[in-house]
Design a protein around this ligand. Structure first.
Ligand code: KG4
Ligand code: ZN
Length: 335
């Protein structure tokens, strides 16, 4: 089955074409980073308007790259939520209209599930059941994944998402949006011994996270010291160390508590190298396997939507023509 996937939940317009037999045939992305950079964060109305400008040319480009005719498409998947409502509406409206025009099935998929399922495009693919650590700009979750569509939340953030904490701390340090990769790069210059940040909720037995205190800690640290380049790098390093330690320790406990020995890390923050290395080092000792998708599949992309949509369509699911999106949509309530 040949499926077009459309992702417009936030600040990336992304499109991909996936075929069950031939795999991923096209994969294009237009990032709005420059547009929002000027404002230091995503401006929802601008995001929606830019998706409108980019989406059709990107779909044409993907069809060309895949070397197919649009009439060969057999299904269309789009991100139904969670995300920015206006941005989601663009993808949903285009998917439904094109589905109607081509007389093919459409399916709205869950953004976080797409982040998770894209790991199945890698080889070797992680086998279920497993633990998923889902770390993005809007979410931080530890889940037990029994199989496709069977998700049990073990822990989640009680305040900021980890990507959000990276972005806010980066802004404080004067780094450009999106802050996560910029903060990680600055942290490489930092001295990890100079500042020690707290490890929030590490003493609690549950698997929840809290990151807003770390951001406040960074503000205080920044105000109390000379704000020279080395201090900024040292703060970035201490912040990143604290975040990584907490994520790795709670992931380790999730494996211990469930008796599972496999973990997959997905979402934008899964692109963080320190987190990848420390998680791998810790789990090696436990003889547990860790998987993460390639970098381009970690941050928002169309491949994850096309593949997840393909899974749902192959499962016999599809929708009517009504356009409905969900700004908030807990993954354990999605099925
Ligand atoms: O999954 P994603 O692209 O979008 C959402 O679904 O939110 O994640 C974006 C988040 C941003 O907060 C960004 O700063 C963060 O992922 N991020 C990183 C890195 N690359 C992206 N955070 C830390 N280190 C990175 N290398
Ligand atoms: Zn995402």
């Amino acid at each position: 089955m040949l499926v077009l996937g459309i992702e417009t939940s936030c600040d990336e317009t992304a499109v991909a074409i996936y075929d069950g037999g031939r795999g991923l045939l096209a994969h294009h992305i237009y990032s709005q980073v420059l547009l929002h950079g000027e404002y230091g964060g995503v401006v929802p109305e601008l995001a929606a308007r830019d998706h409108i400008r980019r989406i059709l040319p990107l779909i044409h480009q993907a069809i060309k790259t895949a070397g197919i005719h649009k009439k060969e498409l057999e299904g269309i998947a789009y991100t139904k939520g969670p995300g920015l409502i206006g941005a989601l509406m663009v993808g949903a409206a285009v998917a439904k209209s094109l589905g109607y025009a081509l007389n093919i099935k459409t399916i709205g998929v869950h953004h976080l599930e797409s982040h998770l399922m894209v790991s199945q495009l890698e080889s070797p693919k992680p086998q279920f059941p497993l633990i998923a650590l889902l770390v993005s700009g809007g979410h931080t979750l530890l889940m037990r994944v029994n199989s496709f569509k069977s998700y049990e939340i073990l822990g989640e953030t009680i305040d900021d998402a980890v990507g959000e904490a990276f972005d806010k701390t980066a802004k404080l340090l004067g780094l450009p949006y999106p802050g996560g990769p910029a903060l990680a790069a600055l942290a490489l210059e930092g001295n990890s011994e100079r500042f020690h940040f707290p490890r929030p909720l590490i003493d609690r037995p549950n698997l929840n996270f809290s990151f807003s205190g770390l951001k406040t800690h960074a503000v205080n640290c920044f105000n109390q010291h000379r704000q020279d380049p080395q201090t900024r790098a040292d703060i970035a390093c201490a912040f990143e160390d604290a975040v990584v330690d907490v994520l790795v320790e709670k992931s380790r406990r999730a494996l211990e508590q469930t008796g599972l020995n496999r973990i997959v890390m997905v979402g934008g923050v899964a692109a963080n190298k320190k987190l990848r290395h420390r998680l791998a080092d810790t789990l090696k000792v436990l003889n547990a396997e860790v998987f993460y998708p390639r970098f381009e599949y970690c941050t928002d992309n169309g491949a994850m939507v096309a593949y997840n949509g393909w899974l749902h369509l192959m499962n016999g699911e599809s929708e009517d023509l009504a356009i409905e999106v969900k700004a908030r949509w807990p993954i354990n309530e999605a099925f």
